[in-house]
Design a protein around this ligand. Structure first.
Ligand code: IPE
Ligand code: IPE
Ligand code: MG
Length: 238
């Protein structure tokens, strides 16, 4: 494949429908979703992607039934305990991205420990967005600049965003057949290529990721230029 996206971001959607199809509780779909994420990280590493950012729980998901919300928080705690040591062994850096103030002290400690443990890892970066919203991110970035007395410029905002440690996503995939962003990486999506997959997230497999990567490789990214300018620049650099 000629052109591999450096940074892939995924809205992992469809866990509830996956469970419903099997007459299982929604949380069973979320559990399967963790397995799908583990597999997807491996596939991304294998395909040469360097950064994966996943949407696991939105600012708006608090409005789900209380048992689903508490099940998701429990799952997050378990995944931190079980998965982070494995990710660390694979030289993967982990970031928990989102508004942490809503979480228990022990979860907040878990986030900090996971980040500290993996901070020096260099093969791959995994950003897990939990209690995250693109609007929250822009607002917190602006608040930070105000607190520091810095002007609200594009460059300063970019640097104050919760994903400032990675370049903007090149490719955003949403699974589950919906064609919306649902408040995910609104600022960073400015020039991302979008791909919508009908696969429900727990079913998302190598063939589904490869379909997105193949599609991405065929796109021409123009960043406001004309097609001819882009072609000339790429033949000049060859
Ligand atoms: C995505 O799957 C995971 C979360 C939002 C936590 P959903 O739970 O939204 O699955 P569907 O959309 O109901 O199938
Ligand atoms: C978006 O999915 C959030 C996550 C995948 C975590 P939702 O299922 O919450 O989005 P809507 O409600 O269908 O827009
Ligand atoms: Mg959904």
């Amino acid at each position: 494949m000629s052109q591999i996206p450096l940074h892939v971001a995924i809205v992992m959607d469809g866990n509830g429908r996956w469970a419903k199809q099997r007459y299982l509780p929604r949380i069973a779909g979320h559990k399967k979703g963790v397995d799908a994420l583990r597999h997807c990280v491996k596939l991304c590493v294998d395909r040469g992607v360097r950064v994966l950012t996943v949407f696991a729980f939105s600012s708006e998901n608090w409005s789900r039934p209380a048992d689903e919300v508490s099940g998701l928080l429990e799952l997050l705690g378990m995944a931190l305990q079980r998965e982070v040591p494995k990710l660390h062994r694979d030289n993967i850096r982990v970031h928990l991205v989102g508004d942490r103030t809503a979480f228990s002290d022990s979860l907040q400690r878990g986030f900090e420990e996971a980040e500290a443990l993996t901070a020096g890892n260099t093969s791959f970066t995994l950003n897990v967005c939990f209690n995250y919203g693109g609007r929250w991110d822009m607002a917190q970035a602006a608040q930070r600049l105000v607190a520091q007395g810095l002007p609200i410029t594009e460059t300063n905002l970019q640097g104050a965003m919760s994903l400032a440690h990675v370049p903007d996503p090149d490719l955003i995939i949403r699974t589950g057949g919906e064609t919306r962003l649902s408040n995910f990486v609104l600022w960073q999506a400015a020039y991302a290529e979008l791909f919508f997959s009908d696969a429900l997230w727990p079913d998302f497999a190598a063939a589904d990721l490869d379909a997105a990567l193949t599609d991405f490789a065929q796109r021409q990214r123009r960043f406001g230029q004309t097609s001819e300018q882009v072609q000339n620049a790429s033949s000049a650099s060859r």
